[in-house]
Design a protein around this ligand. Sequence first.
Ligand SMILES: Nc1ncnc2c1ncn2[C@@H]1O[C@H](COP(=O)(O)OP(=O)(O)OP(=O)(O)O)[C@@H](O)[C@H]1O
Length: 313
Amino acid sequence: MASIIEIQNLNKTYDSGFQALKHIDLDIHQGEIFALLGPNGAGKTTLISIICGIVNPTSGMVRADGYDILSEYRQARSKIGLVPQELSTDAFETVWATVNFSRGLFGKAPNPEHIEKVLRDLSLWEKRDSKIMMLSGGMKRRVMIAKALSHEPKILFLDEPTAGVDVELRREMWQMVRGLREQGVTIILTTHYIEEAEEMADRIGVINKGELMLVEGKTSLMQKLGKKELRLALREPLDAVPADLNDHSLALSEDGYELVYSFDSQQEHTGISELLRKLGEQGIDYKDLRTRESSLEDIFVNLVHSNDDTVAG
Ligand SMILES: Nc1ncnc2c1ncn2[C@@H]1O[C@H](COP(=O)(O)OP(=O)(O)OP(=O)(O)O)[C@@H](O)[C@H]1O
């Protein structure tokens, strides 16, 4: 697949001496939605800011649509739209003027048809003559996106697009971002909401303490690292997992009332029926039985914690 962003051995050490990014290698594919996940302070904003030319890298190479972000800054920047975390627009301007002005900043000739299309796509057309300060929070966010799209970028960065946004508006944003992807825009978003990545992303990158720990297709990530659990609530507590069942992957809760069986959800043969048969043979009775699939959130928390353990150890 063609790469629209290429990052090689990128490092960033701030003046304070803090190393925010360590040897980042990453390719973003043309036309994908890529979600960058990581805890607070992991380096997400630093990475985005470097690609967008706001922060200088200490070393390494970044190309956007084939243009080097340092030696071909203007061309690279013209391919990129950035929706920053903070909402910052001129409250007294109209929607139309704000978005049109943004386009001019990139040295592009006026193109009212394009601005109209962007505003219509973002359901802002009816509000084109409204002053920004008169808009709701959700509409202000959409104006930020319209500004970022005003110069027809091929790549759109969304830094925490739905932070502090209610559920309904979040879903609306997701819908809209998918629509942009359908038009061929490559989208890179950072998020704290794992659900957002699970819902939207084609591929996911996990960054922690300045290191890119993993880059993987969402589906294969969930298949590879996802586990299923079968939980059996027992009628009578057990002291230990019966010796006969030791070859199954079983754990007993501390109070002895719950048996947890972990199995690979990708395997055709889960071993559940065999387990239930053996329990029956041993006279172990259960009153309830539930299955649970690990979510992207479980996977993420595990990854970041195991990395903490490694660092601490
Ligand atoms: N100008 C700066 N000087 C020194 N350190 C900085 C500077 N900017 C950021 N940092 C540090 O670099 C680290 C990464 O910050 P960054 O904003 O990239 O993280 P993030 O993953 O975007 O976090 P968040 O999710 O909280 O926005 C943090 O520890 C931060 O304190």
